[in-house]
Design a protein around this ligand. Structure first.
Ligand code: FAD
Length: 447
């Protein structure tokens, strides 16, 4: 039987089989929700199938994450484990140009930096924090089944420990934070793939990669390649996380081991290969396919999906952990309300999914057009007329929430940016308009 990190004692089933809330998955969404519900005095069980610390991708955080970390009492702890991140840099393989987006220019200047972390450390710390605040935490135990609407309207949740012992719980409310496993969406067949983003990713940790210095020290670099994009995320020590996200054509017909495939992709990017000349891979090579998706409905009688368990949007702008933790906070509030008043709680659950879906759509609008030469040209030489550049930086800093139109300060800048994009696209299609540097042939790839 697995133990709780709080006391190291075996989990006492008899005391915990009827919690107020059961949380499936101890990633950022689940640990945030469990911590806040426990803090509010609820009886919470948090179940994680793996043992922390464990590898996870998603290492670059956004400034708005800091607010949530502060509310969790985790700000200093995460600062001590992270690399200071003052902004994001975009590099074009087409032109070789780099464009910096410092968070200090965001319209909302409350937070002007973030951090980049090893997710193994970050997730383990959030999980321990949930335990510290009073949640019952169980590791190496996989939730295997859920049946809704049992005795007293409680669900029946079955889980299996590493040793093969079956545990049965009857929670009043279930938060599904199972990440890309999408436990409930999969079971109820509610998962819908995003037809605009059928990409896959490959990634690993390296040492010896050329790091940015001076003003760009600590920046995440996003290298825009011909058929996808790379991230280069500086982590503590000399470690650099490198990943490539590409559409179907980027992988089609390529042969070899995972390592060969990944190194071929890197070699095909002149700007990335220039930075890895003396680098070495120091981790396994990981991959993720079947990329973006969303549940057609994220809540029902006595449950709510939060974080990646509800939906996933391409991580180009590092929004995943922020959205997962935001959903964790909002989900905890909705579950708390549901326990007192199921009717108002159900409405709150729907509002959580709506808010998150709108944030995903807002960021998706930009991401799914990033390969368009007009968008790339605008993005790589942003003008600050009508605060358009600062409005984009505002989004990159994670100011995505705020109802249908997002951060009110960004409404005019973002609408102006969209209008300029549509006008230039119309002109470009007719062979008119200004010279588009991103429409030129690509630079020659390095050997
Ligand atoms: C290639 C790639 C790059 C990314 N880069 C970034 C980035 O730079 N910045 C960023 O912010 N985001 C990034 N993301 C997104 C980020 O990884 C996720 O959005 C984030 O981890 C979501 O948190 P979560 O808590 O919802 O899910 P997860 O972090 O996946 O946590 C879910 C947890 O549930 C557990 N679990 C699953 N099923 C069960 C079960 N049946 N029983 C018990 N436990 C279970 C899992 O073991 C896991 O620990 C990236 C994603 C990908 C794929």
């Amino acid at each position: 039987m697995t133990a709780s990190p709080r006391d190291g004692k075996p989990f006492a089933m008899e005391q915990n089989s009827t919690p107020d809330v059961l949380v499936i998955g101890g990633g950022p969404a689940g640990s945030t929700a469990a911590a806040l519900l426990a803090k509010a005095g609820r009886n919470v069980v948090l179940i994680e199938k793996e043992a922390h610390p464990r590898f996870h991708i998603g290492e670059s955080l956004l400034p708005r994450n800091l607010d949530i970390l502060e509310r969790l009492g985790m700000l200093e702890t995460v600062r001590d484990m992270g690399v200071h991140k003052p902004g994001a840099e975009f590099v074009s393989d087409r032109t070789g140009r780099s464009c910096a987006f410092p968070f200090a220019h965001a319209l909302n200047k409350a937070r002007t930096h973030s951090w980049q972390v090893r997710r193994s450390d970050f997730d383990a710390t959030l999980f321990k924090n949930a335990d510290r605040l009073g949640a019952t935490t169980i590791e190496e135990t996989r939730v295997t089944d859920i049946v809704f609407g049992g005795k007293d309207e409680r669900a029946t949740v079955t889980a299996r420990t590493k040793e093969g012992v079956t545990l049965t719980f009857h929670p009043r409310f279930v938060l599904d934070a199972s990440g890309r496993d999408t436990f409930i969406a999969g079971k109820l067949r509610l998962k819908e793939s995003n037809k605009y983003n059928n990409t896959a990713a490959m990634y690993a940790h390296f040492t010896g990669v050329e790091r940015r210095e001076g003003e760009l020290d600590g920046y995440i670099s996003i290298h825009l390649a011909e058929d996808g994009w790379f991230w280069l995320i500086p982590l503590p020590g000399d470690v650099m996380s490198i990943g490539f996200v590409g559409n179907q054509s980027a992988w089609k017909g390529r042969k070899g081991t995972a390592k060969e495939l990944f190194l071929q992709r890197i070699a095909s990017s002149p700007t990335v290969s220039a930075r890895v000349r003396n680098a070495e891979i120091v981790s396994e090579i990981y991959s993720t396919a079947n990329y973006s998706y969303r549940a057609t409905s994220g809540s029902g009688e006595g449950y709510l999906m939060i974080g990646d368990a509800f939906g996933f949007v391409d991580p180009m702008f590092s929004t995943g952990v922020l959205m997962a933790m935001t959903a964790g906070e909002l989900g905890a509030k909705a579950a708390d309300l549901w326990l007192d008043d199921p009717v108002r709680g159900a409405a709150a659950c729907q509002a959580v999914n709506r808010e998150l879906a709108q944030a995903m759509d807002r960021i998706g609008w930009l991401i799914y057009r990033i390969n368009d030469p007009v968008m790339r040209s605008l993005f790589m030489s942003p003008k600050n007329t009508l605060w358009m550049r600062d409005g984009i930086i505002n989004m990159l800093a994670g100011n995505l929430a705020g109802g249908r139109f997002g951060d009110p300060r960004a409404i005019i800048p973002i609408l102006s940016f969209k209008a300029v994009f549509h006008v230039l696209s119309w002109l470009h299609r007719r062979g008119m308009g200004p010279n588009m540097p991103e429409a030129r042939p690509a630079m020659v790839a390095a050997e």
